[in-house]
Design a protein around this ligand. Structure first.
Ligand SMILES: [Ca+2]
Ligand SMILES: [Ca+2]
Ligand SMILES: [Ca+2]
Length: 335
């Protein structure tokens, strides 16, 4: 945006001063009234899974209801650069909405979910084939409001088929249940890892016959189970991506979370073109491509069920969403 106002804008602002706030109307302003804001304007739902930043990003305070936590999540992701939310382990999600439909422009990527992924400075494995560092891939779902009722109906959701969609290690219709921890139980520390204060902290089970415990670490002492949930267990469903974190040091000191090639949230740095999504990658439940004119709602959920030692669980963070067309960023889709 230009750093000065032109004469006409200033005059108009003075004239409108008693009616409303006013801003520059130059053509490069992405917030032109007729197009809408290029960022998230509301959060419809927020349900993080178990995680070391759950109850922290955003912060739970005694008495907060689910509705209040959704409001806090909204405050954390609206606008150009939010303070961010953490979705916890597999399945934890956020649903965001906009004041306009993000258009699906042919041949171009259309939006970007802002995360905090970064590339490692010094991967001990110099032969690594994939880029990596802090990549915590979240699965992206999109909905176009076909019936124009202002909400995403169950049959309006489609999954963005990222690079791992056809990977045989990807598990569709995965389900995991986390059990609320007993605050009176005795912690089980790991004598070989001083950071692990309770290796049997939160029990989990999935629909593949696996079960285990989520570990509590010494860096985060608050409850990892969403405190506003009174139920003794929570279940999440979705597409489980393959594990992406590897202990490249061999001694637990240096974990690299590898990036998938494309199509996920918090998987590549925000400045990297591979963090940008083409709505044309959306598929239906059978995996068939769908031709959406645009999207009105986006859901992001953590796509992996993995812990990376002292780094904790792989958990997607979301700081906002950008409409690339309103921001005049033309990023070609993949060939
Ligand atoms: Ca497109
Ligand atoms: Ca609808
Ligand atoms: Ca992250």
């Amino acid at each position: 945006m230009k750093s000065f106002f032109n004469y006409k804008t200033v005059t108009a602002c003075i004239a409108l001063a008693f009616l409303s706030s006013c801003s520059s109307s130059d053509d490069s302003n992405p917030e032109k009234e007729n197009e809408g804001t290029p960022y998230v304007t509301r959060v419809l739902d927020f349900a993080p899974a178990v995680g070391q930043f759950t109850n922290m990003l955003p912060k739970y305070e005694a008495g907060d209801s689910r509705e209040r936590m959704i409001q806090k999540a909204q405050s954390s992701v609206v606008g150009a650069k939010g303070s961010g939310v953490s979705l916890g382990g597999f399945g934890g999600y956020i649903v965001v909405g906009f004041d306009h439909t993000i258009a699906n422009v042919a041949g171009l990527r259309d939006f970007r979910v802002l995360g905090n992924a970064f590339w490692a400075n010094s991967n001990p494995n110099s032969n690594a084939e994939e880029r990596g560092g802090s990549s915590e891939p979240g699965v992206i779902m999109v909905a176009y409001d076909f019936n124009k009722n202002g909400v995403p109906d169950a049959d309006e959701w489609y999954e963005i088929a990222g690079s791992e969609h056809q990977n045989p290690k990807t598990i569709k219709n995965y389900e995991i249940t986390y059990f609320k921890p007993d605050t009176n139980k005795s912690p089980v520390p790991d004598p070989l890892a001083s950071w692990a204060t309770d290796t049997q902290y939160i029990k989990w089970e999935d629909n593949q016959g696996n079960s285990g415990y989520k570990t509590k670490n010494s860096f985060h002492n608050q409850s990892y189970y969403p405190e506003w949930i009174t139920a003794d267990r929570i279940t999440f469903k979705g597409t489980l991506l393959p594990n992406n974190a590897i202990d490249e040091s061999g001694n637990g000191s240096y974990w690299v979370q590898y990036s998938f090639a494309y199509g996920y949230a918090d998987n590549a740095p925000n400045k990297d073109d591979e963090s940008a999504i083409d709505i044309s990658w959306a598929v239906d439940k059978s995996g068939n491509r769908v031709d959406l004119p645009g999207v009105d709602f986006i859901k992001i959920y953590t796509g992996t069920n993995q812990e990376s030692g002292w780094l904790g669980e792989v958990s997607t963070e979301v700081f906002g969403v950008e409409d690339l067309h309103l921001l005049k960023q033309a990023i070609p889709t993949r060939k």
